[in-house]
Write a protein that binds this ligand. Structure first.
Ligand SMILES: NC(=O)C1=CN([C@@H]2O[C@H](COP(=O)(O)OP(=O)(O)OC[C@H]3O[C@@H](n4cnc5c(N)ncnc54)[C@H](OP(=O)(O)O)[C@@H]3O)[C@@H](O)[C@H]2O)C=CC1
Ligand SMILES: Nc1nc(=O)c2c([nH]1)NC[C@@H]1CN(c3ccc(C(=O)N[C@@H](CCC(=O)O)C(=O)O)cc3)C=[N+]21
Length: 290
C-alpha cells in the first residue's frame, strides 16, 4: 500500500492566509486588530524558537503581537501580576503562557488566572469543561490542528475507531474529546496501558502524543490507518547536531499507514495556525462579533 504524507505545513499556510484575510476585513469594518500576548519565563532554547515563530506569524497575519520574556527566577507573584495586567488590557485578546514553567511557578495557578475569554491555549478549566460538555469553547491548538487535518483528508470521521496514545491536558485528553465529538469510537492509551501495540493495531486513526522518539513501530499500525504524529523530539545526529523526530517510526510506517503526518512539517505548523485562529475567534467574541 502506498503511504501518503499529510502536508501540515502547506495546510497551515493556507489557514494563515484565510485568517489574514479575515483580520484585514475586521480592521476595515470594525477597526479591530486582534492582539496576542505570549509570555515566556526562562531561557529554554526550544521554547524561544516557538515564541519567535509565533511572533513572526502573528505579525504576518496582521495581528498585534506582544512578547514578554521574563527571567527564569521570576517569582510566581510577578507572573500572576502580568497575567492580571494582560487580562485588563483591551488591546490583548489572547494570552499564551509558554509551558513548561520553572519549578517555583505553579502552572495550574497561572492558567487559572487567565481570563477564560482570552485563554487561546484552551487550558483553563472553564474551556476544558465547556469542550467536555459540548459548549462553544476555546479549544487547545494542537488537537484542533490534528482534527482539521483529519477532516480535510478523510471527510467524515463518524464511526471510525480512534486510539490516542497520551493523556495530557494539553494534547491527549482534548484530542480524545474532539474525536468523540466527531463521532469516533475513542480509546485513550497511556503508560499503564496493557499491550499498547495491540491497542494501536485496532485504530483507523492513531494519534501519538507521548514524547518518546519513534516509540510507535510499523507493526503497531493497522494497514491503511491514518497516523497523526504529535511528538516533537530532538535526537542527536552523527555530526553532533540534532534533528527532530516524532513519536512514530516514520520509515517503518511506509507501506503500512494510509496517511501519516511527518515531523517536522505535520502537526507543528498547524499548532501555530490554530493559535492565530483562536486569537481571531477570541477577539471577535470579546467584541460581540461572533
Ligand atoms: N506538535 C506540536 O505542536 C506539539 C507537540 N508536542 C509534543 O507532543 C508530545 C507529547 O506532549 P505532552 O502531551 O505535552 O506530553 P506529556 O509528557 O504531558 O504526556 C505524555 C503522555 O504520554 C504517556 N506516555 C509516556 N510514556 C509512555 C509509554 N511508554 N507508553 C505509553 N504512553 C506513554 C504518558 O502517560 P502517563 O499519563 O501514564 O504518564 C502521558 O499521558 C511531546 O513530544 C511534545 O513535545 C506537544 C505540544 C504541541
Ligand atoms: N502554552 C503552551 N502552548 C503550546 O501550544 C505549547 C507550549 N506551551 N509549550 C511547548 C509546546 C510545543 N509546541 C509546538 C508548537 C509549534 C511547533 C512547530 O512549529 N513545529 C514545526 C517546526 C519545528 C522546528 O523545526 O523547530 C514542525 O513541526 O514542523 C512545535 C511545537 C507548542 N507548545
Amino acid at each position: 500500500m502506498e503511504t501518503k504524507p499529510i502536508d501540515g505545513k502547506a495546510f497551515a499556510a493556507g489557514l494563515r492566509a484565510r485568517i489574514a484575510e479575515e483580520v484585514a476585513g475586521l480592521k476595515a469594518s470594525a477597526g479591530l486588530t486582534p492582539g496576542l500576548a505570549v509570555v515566556l519565563v526562562g531561557e529554554d532554547p526550544a521554547s524561544q524558537v516557538y515564541v519567535r515563530n509565533k511572533a513572526a506569524q502573528t505579525a504576518e497575519a496582521g495581528m498585534a503581537s506582544f512578547e514578554y520574556k521574563l527571567a527564569a527566577d521570576t517569582p510566581e507573584a510577578d507572573v500572576l501580576a502580568l497575567v492580571a495586567k494582560l487580562n485588563a488590557d483591551p488591546a490583548v485578546h489572547g494570552i499564551l503562557v509558554q509551558l513548561p514553567l520553572p519549578a517555583q511557578i505553579d502552572a495550574n495557578k497561572v492558567i487559572a488566572a487567565i481570563d477564560p475569554a482570552k485563554d487561546v491555549d484552551g487550558f483553563h478549566v472553564v474551556n476544558a469543561g465547556r469542550l467536555a460538555v459540548g459548549l462553544d469553547a476555546l479549544v487547545p491548538c494542537t488537537p484542533l490542528g490534528c482534527i482539521m487535518l483529519l477532516k480535510h483528508h478523510l471527510g467524515s470521521l463518524s464511526g471510525l475507531k480512534a486510539v490516542v496514545v497520551g493523556r495530557s491536558n494539553i494534547v491527549g485528553k482534548p484530542a480524545a474529546q474532539l474525536l468523540l465529538k466527531e463521532d469516533c469510537t475513542v480509546t485513550i492509551a497511556h503508560s499503564r496501558t496493557r499491550d499498547l501495540p495491540a491497542e494501536c493495531r485496532t485504530a483507523d486513526i492513531l494519534v501519538a502524543a507521548v514524547g518518546r522518539p519513534e516509540m510507535v513501530r510499523g507493526d503497531w499500525i493497522k494497514p491503511g490507518a491514518t497516523v497523526i504524529d504529535v511528538g516533537i523530539n530532538r535526537v542527536p545526529k552523527d555530526d553532533g547536531k540534532t534533528r527532530l523526530v516524532g513519536d512514530v517510526a516514520y520509515a517503518e510506517a511506509q507501506g503500512i499507514a494510509g496517511l501519516i503526518t511527518p515531523v517536522p512539517g505535520g502537526v507543528g505548523p498547524m499548532t501555530i495556525a490554530c493559535l492565530l485562529q483562536n486569537t481571531l475567534t477570541a477577539a471577535k467574541r470579546q467584541k460581540g462579533l461572533a
